[in-house]
Design a protein around this ligand. Structure first.
Ligand code: ATP
Ligand code: NCN
Length: 222
């Protein structure tokens, strides 16, 4: 089992972990929008920790090239370092095949019995929940914290629809940061700065690994 999940299981047994946030994402690259979203969820829902889980092969991004899982994992680890409430898991990067949240939540449910699971999504991802794999089972495994995100509207009707699909969806507000991984990849590809949009340690990895420089990698993506 994953080291981060092991550590959380120990905390659960010790009685210091009752409610866990799960921040899933492709994180290609991780940016301040992700971190602000997780931090705000921590406070808004009284979470004891947030586990960042970078995807292996993301289900809805099969038409694009994604940076190697180990490199995205290293970027997320660098991004969350220094926040004792944040941890990162290799669960999905190490799982073969396409990544589905239902598999991850099943595993976490098993490893962390009695811990309330709150899967954190931005408004764009929240709107797609009914199309995720095994959505009925998914809806039983966790609550879904849905963050505001500039450019995406999660209105009352959309929330009602999600609830009709069985999702326990809990909206919350995040200070609007109009940052996306795709815009960051385009900026790097164009030779523009990304300083102050990603943690400095992430910027350094992007430079060291020469990410997003070629038309055939993340730089190409719309
Ligand atoms: N600026 C933001 N504010 C709030 N939520 C966000 C923000 N950026 C990403 N998220 C949420 O974080 C999760 C992971 O996002 P992901 O890794 O796909 O980043 P992205 O910026 O949306 O990437 P891309 O632009 O490549 O699609 C998703 O649930 C997404 O909605
Ligand atoms: O399980 C699914 O079918 C599914 C479909 C689309 C997205 N997700 C999850 O949603 C999270 C955000 O995805 P993405 O593609 O916006 O990075 C990430 O944890 C994905 O695994 C999951």
């Amino acid at each position: 089992m994953d080291g981060a999940v092991d550590a959380l299981a120990q905390r659960a047994r010790a009685g210091t972990l009752a409610r866990l946030g799960i921040m899933g994402g492709t994180f290609d690259p991780p940016h301040l929008g992700h971190l602000a979203c997780a931090e705000e969820a921590l406070e808004a829902f009284g979470l004891d920790a947030v586990l960042f889980v970078p995807t292996g092969r993301p289900a809805f991004k099969q038409d694009r090239l994604v940076t190697a899982g180990e490199v995205r994992l290293a970027m997320v680890a660098a991004a969350v370092a220094g926040n004792p409430a944040f941890a990162v898991s290799a669960l999905e990067v190490e799982r073969p095949g396409i990544t589905y949240a239902v598999d991850t939540l099943r595993e976490l449910r098993e490893e962390l019995p009695g811990v309330e699971l709150v899967f954190i999504v931005g408004a764009d991802a929240a709107l797609t929940l009914p199309r995720w794999r095994k959505s009925a089972e998914l809806a039983r495994l966790a609550a879904f914290a849905a963050a505001t995100r500039p450019g995406f509207e999660l209105g009352e009707q959309a929330l009602r629809d999600l609830r009709e699909h069985g999702f326990d969806v809990r909206p919350f507000a995040v200070p609007g940061l109009d940052i996306s991984s795709s815009a960051l990849r385009r900026r790097v590809y164009a030779g523009r700065t990304i300083r102050y949009l990603v943690p400095e340690a992430v910027r350094e990895i992007i430079e060291e690994e020469s990410l997003y420089r070629r038309e055939t990698d993340g730089g190409r993506v719309a």
